[in-house]
Write a protein of this length. Structure first.
Length: 75
């Protein structure tokens, strides 16, 4: 399984509520979230937590797009 297929699999599992998959998604995006959690040149942990807390509920929104993708590609 290549990296793209692994991410797709984990995203599907995360959408279904799998805690291990959700952790995988969080860890995958952590470098980006760290980058955007720097304020005035200093890392702000509260900012990072805020970003993560705002992002987590959005994972479920991918269900609609996964279903559309599957329907289009006969999965």
């Amino acid at each position: 399984m290549n990296q793209e297929e692994e991410f797709e699999n984990m995203l599907r599992r995360a959408v279904d509520g799998d805690p291990d998959a959700i952790t995988y998604i969080i860890e995958s995006y952590m470098p980006l979230w760290r980058k955007y959690s720097v304020i005035d040149g200093r890392f702000d942990e509260d900012c990072q937590q805020y970003i993560i807390m705002r992002a987590l509920p959005q994972i479920g929104r991918f269900k609609k797009y996964i279903d559309q993708y599957d329907e289009k590609n006969g999965k």
